[in-house]
Write a protein that binds this ligand. Structure first.
Ligand SMILES: Cc1cc2nc3c(=O)[nH]c(=O)nc-3n(C[C@H](O)[C@H](O)[C@H](O)COP(=O)(O)OP(=O)(O)OC[C@H]3O[C@@H](n4cnc5c(N)ncnc54)[C@H](O)[C@@H]3O)c2cc1C
Length: 390
């Protein structure tokens, strides 16, 4: 293949979702992945498909649309281990009035949620700490296997004619008459007029190849522990309010010349039982460049928070640990759509800790914008040109 309607850079959950959506539009698509599929954050993450209950109305709308896409995908017979049993959100007892007031607001907005008092919580999750006086139950929050999403969408894209080129790195972009003319790769040149940057935490470097030196996407490191199968230990995805507080704290990071300045790491318990009986226990947030080394200190901090929620978790073994790099943008929104700053370049990046949730809706937005259709969501807050990149 030496030409394509669209070249997509990045074989993570975002790039493969875009390849699937654009191939199904009838476009001739080539996806480039310099390593193997899901080599980046999409295989070093957790499994949640949901929303932050304290987020803005826009983010809530975005995430509910994202969840609807997973429901449709599952209903269409594509198996990505999607299941939606709801999630529990716990806070300190002093936070109960704040959480309950928010649930009231969410219910008025049509979001399915309930407050479980101590007795109901005990019945729902007998192994949660007896110190908890209640929890919010968010019915629309579910889980998926992000790697299965990548595999299934890649296969569907290929069935619609997409070429998936792994071990193929984008190393240059030819610009002619002011717009993209070709993608230069380690395995040859591909003539194309459209390039989709879906390179996750590496999107800044990919942007440079297209003459955009200041794509505002930086790696935000996160750690996860995988717990041996412990069926019944926890029935539902459970998290603490500290998670959203950590996301908000990271958003306040001071921006220096070289990107966000490292501040104190944020750690909160996010426990996700998997269909296999194993459990994913995350997570942390910190700026550490592109370092993916696992820190024992960070693992211990995460484990400590998790055992506060589920004390008997301490009796179970950790069978695997890893760290991944979220593609983080400073205003908390991804960059989705075309840019006027380099004609022919589209972005689908900067999803931080919500990329798995928002992958399918991102692909729909990219396809609608590329095909000149009106997207189902106002994309103004996501427009890449809110940032000056050259
Ligand atoms: C600890 C942790 C927990 C998380 N938990 C959740 C969760 O519960 N729910 C949720 O929704 N999200 C979660 N996320 C976020 C989610 O994993 C990411 O937002 C998502 O995986 C980003 O996908 P991506 O395709 O943009 O990037 P990536 O998966 O990183 O893919 C980018 C790809 O681009 C490739 N690439 C880079 N440069 C080039 C080049 N020049 N040429 C070719 N290829 C290139 C890389 O090799 C990589 O494979 C979590 C993330 C972490 C780290």
């Amino acid at each position: 293949m030496n030409s394509a309607d669209v070249v997509i850079v990045g074989g993570g959950v975002i790039g493969t979702a875009c390849a699937d959506a654009l191939a199904r539009e009838g476009l001739q698509v080539i996806l480039l992945e310099r390593l193997g599929l899901a080599a980046g954050a999409s295989s070093a993450c957790q499994s949640g498909i949901g929303y932050g209950p304290f987020g803005s109305d826009y983010d809530l709308k975005f995430d509910l649309a994202a969840i609807a896409e997973y429901r449709q995908l599952a209903a269409s017979g594509v198996h990505v281990d999607y299941h939606c049993d709801g999630a529990l959100l716990v806070g300190e007892p002093t936070e109960e009035p704040r959480i309950r007031a928010r649930l009231e607001q969410l219910r008025r907005m049509g979001v399915a949620c309930d407050w479980l008092d101590a007795a109901a919580l005990r019945q729902a999750e007998p192994n949660l700490s007896p110190a908890l006086t209640g929890a919010a139950l968010l019915h629309d929050v579910g889980q998926v296997s992000p790697m299965r999403v990548v595999v299934e969408l890649t296969q569907r894209a290929a069935r619609h004619g997409a070429h998936i080129e792994t071990n193929t790195e984008l190393i240059g972009v030819e610009i002619a008459a002011g717009r993209v003319a070709a993608a230069v790769t380690t395995r040859g040149r591909i003539a194309t007029r459209r390039l989709v940057v879906a390179a996750g935490a590496w999107s800044r470097a990919v942007g440079c190849l297209a003459g955009l030196r200041k794509v505002p996407v930086w790696p935000l490191k996160g750690h996860v522990l995988v717990i041996e199968p412990a069926p019944g230990l926890l029935r539902r995805y459970s998290t603490e309010t500290g998670y959203e507080a950590g996301v908000a704290a990271i958003r306040q990071s001071a921006m220096g010349e070289a990107g966000p300045e490292p501040g104190p790491p944020q750690v909160a318990a996010v426990l996700q039982p998997l269909p296999s009986g194993q459990m994913l226990v995350g997570s942390s947030r910190e700026f550490a460049g592109f370092d993916r080394e696992v820190s024992r200190e960070r693992l211990a901090q995460i484990a400590g928070r998790a055992c506060r929620l589920v004390p008997s978790l301490a009796r179970h073994r950790v069978i695997r640990t890893y760290a991944g790099l979220r593609p983080w943008s400073p205003d908390g929104h991804p960059l989705i759509g075309p840019t006027q700053q380099s004609e022919g370049v589209f972005f689908a990046t900067g999803h931080a800790g919500e990329g798995n949730t928002r992958a399918l809706i991102t692909a729909r937005l990219v396809a609608d914008l590329m095909m000149d259709r009106t997207p189902p969501l106002d994309t103004t807050p996501l427009a890449p040109d809110r940032f000056v990149m050259n």
